[in-house]
Design a protein around this ligand. Structure first.
Ligand code: DLL
Length: 447
C-alpha cells in the first residue's frame, strides 16, 4: 500500500531547530566564541596529548601565547601520518573511561585511523548534523531514508542521530540491498535520502529497471556526500529523480559528516565554524592563502574533547568564498571539494583529476554517470583509459554512432585536461557499483 503522498515542495512551518540558529550569529560574537574555544582546545591538547605538547615546545610555544584567532597560524600542523603513528589511541585527550564511541576510517593503505568521542562530542556532532540537514531544507516532517553505511564509517550514525534529533522520521536502512531500498522509498513515502551520490545514481537506475520512476514518488531531497561529485552529476540527479541534491562534507578525523553543508542557494558549503575552524594553505609551502584562493583545507576542531585536532591537513582542495551567502547565514562558505591533493594522476607529465574527467563525460548525451579511470602501462609509458557506460539506446546503435560519441568524449576530455586519453564505451551495468564511496581509479599497471 502506498502512503499518502506529501507535496514535493515542502514548506517549513517556521519551527527552526535551536542548533540551526547558530548559523546566523553576528560575526563579532562568532569570533569571540571561536577564540574562547580555540584557547580551551589548545590548553586541553597541550595538557593531554604528548605529540602536540612536544611540537608546541619545539616552537617555544605555550597555550597562553594564543591570544587572537590570528595566532592560529603559529600552531603546528597535524597530518594523517600523525594519526597512523600514534595508532590506535595516542592522540586521545580523554581517558577511555570518558570515551563513549570509537569510529575508524580504513583509507587505502595500512592501518585504519581511529577517532574517539565523549558524550559531549556526540552531542556536538549531532547538533552539527542537525544544522547540515536544516541547510538541506529538512525538518521534523521529513521521512529520511539513511542509506549511508552504519558501522565504523561515520556516515550512517552521523546522519542517523542528526535526523532523529531534528525530529524527522528516520529509516536506518544502511547501504546495500538496492531492491529493498526502492521498495522502502516507495512504500514508506520517503521524502529525503542520505547516501553517497554514486550510490544514489545506482538507486535511480535500479528503480528504472523495475519500472519505478523516482519522480513519481514524494522524494524531494538528496543529502549527498563522502566523495567528490560534480555539478554535472548534480544536474543529472536532480533532473532524473525530481529532487534537489545537496552536497555535504566532513571527515572522520574532524567529526564525520557535519563539517560543512550546502544550503538552498547551492552556492558553496557553509562551514559550521563555531566548531570547525577552516584555513586554506598552499599545499606546498604550508603558507595561509587569502579567501577565494584555492589550496588545501586545514581544519581545527574548537569543541572536541576526546580527540581535539589542531590544524589538521585534510588534503582536500577547495577555497573559502568571500562575502555573504544569499540565504542569510553568517558562517563562511567553502567551494565544493572536487579533488584531493593525493588523488592526482600524472599521465605523461599532465596532472589529471578524476573529477575533471567526470565533468567532461557528463557534458555529452548518451553516457551514464558510471565511469572508471583505468591506468595501464604500455611499452613503459603510463596510459589512461576512461571506461564509461553508455545508455542502452546508444549501445544498440550503429557502430558509427558509437564511434562518433567516443570521438566527442575524447575531444571533451582533451579540452578539459589537455591530454588525449583512450575512451572505451562499455555496456550498461558493466562497471562495478558501490554501496558507499565509488572507486573511480583502477590501477592495472602491474598486471
Ligand atoms: O566521508 C564523512 C562523511 C560521511 C561526509 C557522509 C559526508 C557524508 P571519511 O570516510 O573519513 O568521512 O572520508 C573523508 O571524504 O577528506 C574528502 O576527501 C571526502 N569527502 C567527504 N565529503 C565530501 C564531499 C566521510 N562532499 C574524506 N565532496 C574527505 C568531496 C568529500 N569529497
Amino acid at each position: 500500500m502506498l502512503v499518502q503522498h506529501s507535496p514535493k515542495s515542502h514548506e517549513h512551518d517556521g519551527r527552526i531547530h535551536p542548533a540551526a540558529a547558530l548559523d546566523y550569529l553576528p560575526e563579532p560574537r562568532l569570533q569571540e566564541i571561536q577564540l574562547r574555544r580555540l584557547r580551551a582546545t589548545v590548553s586541553r591538547a597541550y595538557e593531554h596529548v604528548t605529540l602536540f605538547r612536544e611540537r608546541m615546545q619545539e616552537r617555544g610555544l605555550e597555550p597562553k601565547d594564543i591570544q587572537t584567532l590570528a595566532d592560529m597560524a603559529r600552531l603546528p600542523l597535524t597530518t594523517k601520518l600523525d594519526l597512523r603513528d600514534t595508532y590506535p589511541f595516542g592522540l586521545f585527550a580523554s581517558p577511555l573511561s570518558d570515551v563513549v564511541r570509537l569510529h575508524a576510517s580504513s583509507g587505502t593503505t595500512g592501518k585504519p585511523i581511529v577517532v574517539a568521542y565523549t558524550a559531549e562530542d556526540l552531542a556536538t556532532w549531532t547538533s552539527a548534523m542537525v544544522r547540515t540537514l536544516t541547510c538541506c531544507g529538512l525538518s521534523h516532517r521529513d521521512i529520511v531514508q539513511n542509506a549511508y553505511g552504519y558501522g565504523l564509517f561515520t556516515g550512517g550514525l552521523g546522519a542517523h542521530y542528526g535526523a532523529e534529533s531534528l525530529g524527522a522520521t528516520v529509516i536506518p536502512v544502511s547501504g546495500g540491498n538496492t531492491e529493498r531500498q526502492i521498495m522502502i522509498m516507495r512504500d514508506f513515502g520517503v521524502t529525503a535520502v542520505c547516501s553517497t551520490p554514486s550510490y544514489f545514481v545506482h538507486l535511480m537506475e535500479h528503480g528504472r529497471e523495475i519500472g519505478i520512476d523516482l519522480r513519481d514518488l514524494p522524494l524531494r531531497v538528496g543529502v549527498f556526500g563522502a566523495e567528490p561529485w560534480t555539478d554535472g552529476m548534480r544536474r543529472r540527479i536532480e533532473q532524473e529523480a525530481g529532487i534537489r541534491a545537496f552536497d555535504i562534507y566532513g571527515l572522520s578525523e574532524i567529526t564525520g559528516p557535519g563539517v560543512a553543508s550546502e544550503c538552498e542557494s547551492q552556492d558553496g558549503l557553509h562551514v559550521f565554524e563555531d566548531h570547525f575552524y577552516p584555513e586554506i594553505l598552499d599545499p606546498d609551502t604550508s603558507q595561509p592563502l587569502p579567501d577565494g584562493a584555492e589550496g588545501e583545507l586545514v581544519l581545527t576542531t574548537l569543541s572536541k574533547q576526546a580527540m581535539p585536532m589542531i590544524r589538521y591537513r585534510t588534503r582536500d582542495i577547495t577555497s573559502l568564498i568571500p562575502g555573504r551567502c544569499a540565504c542569510g547565514r553568517t558562517v563562511r562558505r567553502m567551494r565544493r571539494v572536487g579533488r584531493r591533493s593525493d588523488d592526482m594522476l600524472i599521465i605523461r607529465g599532465v596532472n589529471v583529476y578524476p573529477s575533471q574527467i567526470e565533468a567532461a563525460l557528463l557534458e555529452a548525451e548518451g553516457t551514464l554517470p558510471h565511469y572508471q579511470l583505468v591506468l595501464l602501462c604500455e611499452e613503459g609509458l603510463d596510459q589512461l583509459v576512461v571506461e564509461v557506460e553508455v545508455t542502452p539506446e546508444v549501445f544498440s546503435d550503429k557502430v558509427r554512432a558509437l564511434e562518433s560519441l567516443q570521438h566527442r568524449l575524447s575531444q571533451g576530455i582533451e579540452r578539459t585536461v589537455g591530454l588525449r586519453v583512450g575512451v572505451r564505451l562499455v555496456e550498461p551495468q558493466s562497471i562495478p557499483r558501490s554501496e558507499g564511496k565509488a572507486k573511480r581509479v583502477v590501477d592495472r599497471r602491474s598486471s
